[in-house]
Design a protein around this ligand. Structure first.
Ligand code: PBG
Length: 324
């Protein structure tokens, strides 16, 4: 009897599987987070985030040097200032980190800067509050815009707003344009859920909310309509790149967002997802690097153009090609 389709025929050898590979990517598609901490001495490993530490400026510079050697091309900086405030924030620490990295490595790398207020505010929320702890949106947008311009002026290549305040992309885009940074792209955390997978990050960034939660501004995981609309809105406001976050729990949204916006959509493999794999491996229940690779393949298969992952710096060592 004739066997019209044997799916296993093309799975038989490595070379046949490679021929059919639909998700090929290089280290240039991965973005490595960096936590630069004001007032810290040296570097301190972050619980669960294997291979990642909170670092002072010197250590950050050294780490980026090693990462460049390992083929990392994109970084996203999470600045953790020592002093926290309520309404007006000082960006000198962040600007200093950006300009030091720029001075050291020139254009060898692309530096995105996370733009949010939660590491700057006493209360750990991503906004400025007015009376009765109501979100003061105009004041929040003004502070976000002011920080975006400060980061661009210090040498950031791209601005990455993660606060989920309505209208932030438009406000930031306008401020950048008016300040002579019309060519600085905005990579928006456009579909960002109120998630339980941000734990290790909040410890690293000292950004856990001191009261309540973020459900009044981040998206409810039950809602697909809001999730897609949030990215559509960012695109209309001028975001150049879009993102879903957490990546794995938003996997179903990448394709519809691409289709609705005609923008490239990335996935953020957040701290809890990455740490989950690390902890499985620590208990001997999986091979960390292979599990990591599998998740990246899935992000690419689902249509993610880029992946923000705490494992970007291990990518070359586990077989991902470096762009030449
Ligand atoms: C800041 C921000 C968060 C993350 C990225 N930017 C935390 C949050 O929204 O609470 C999470 C990233 C991660 O968990 O890896 N708003």
């Amino acid at each position: 009897m004739m066997d019209v389709q044997r799916l296993m025929r093309l799975r038989r050898t490595q070379q046949l599987r490679d021929l059919c590979d639909e998700i090929e990517f290089t280290t240039s598609h991965l973005i490595q987070p960096l936590f630069a901490v004001d007032g810290l001495q040296g570097s301190v490993p972050i619980t669960g985030l294997t291979g990642n530490s909170r670092m002072d400026v010197e250590s950050t510079i050294r780490q980026v040097g090693a990462d460049l050697e390992a083929g990392v091309r994109h970084f996203i900086l999470f600045p953790v200032p020592a002093t926290k405030g309520k309404k007006k924030f000082d960006h000198s620490f962040t600007s200093g980190v950006i300009s030091s990295l720029r001075k050291e490595y020139g254009s060898a790398f692309t530096l995105w800067v996370d733009t949010c207020l939660c590491s700057y505010t006493e209360h750990g929320h991503c906004c400025v509050f007015g009376d009765g702890n109501a979100i003061d949106l105009p004041a929040t947008l003004e502070e976000l815009s002011r920080s975006a311009v400060a980061f661009a002026a210090a040498g950031a290549d791209g601005i990455s707003p993660s606060d989920m305040m309505d209208g932030r992309v438009a406000a930031i885009r306008q401020a950048l344009d008016e300040s002579g940074f019309g060519m600085t792209p905005v990579m928006s955390y456009s579909t960002k859920f109120a998630s339980n997978f941000y734990g290790p990050f909040r410890e690293a960034a000292a950004s856990a909310p001191q009261f309540g939660d973020r459900k009044a501004y981040q998206i409810d995981p039950r809602n697909r309509t809001d999730a897609i609309q949030a990215s559509v809105r960012c695109a209309l406001e001028g975001a150049d790149l879009l993102m879903v976050k957490p990546g794995m729990t938003s996997i179903d949204l990448i394709q519809p967002i691409r289709e609705r916006t005609d923008r490239a959509v990335g996935a953020y493999q957040v701290s809890g997802e990455y740490a989950g794999l690390a902890l499985l491996a620590e208990k001997g229940l999986t091979d960390f690097d292979r599990a990591l690779l599998e998740t990246w393949y899935v992000f690419r298969r689902a249509g993610a153009q880029f992946i923000i992952t705490y494992g970007a710096r291990r990518a070359a060592s586990i077989g991902i090609k470096v762009q030449r």
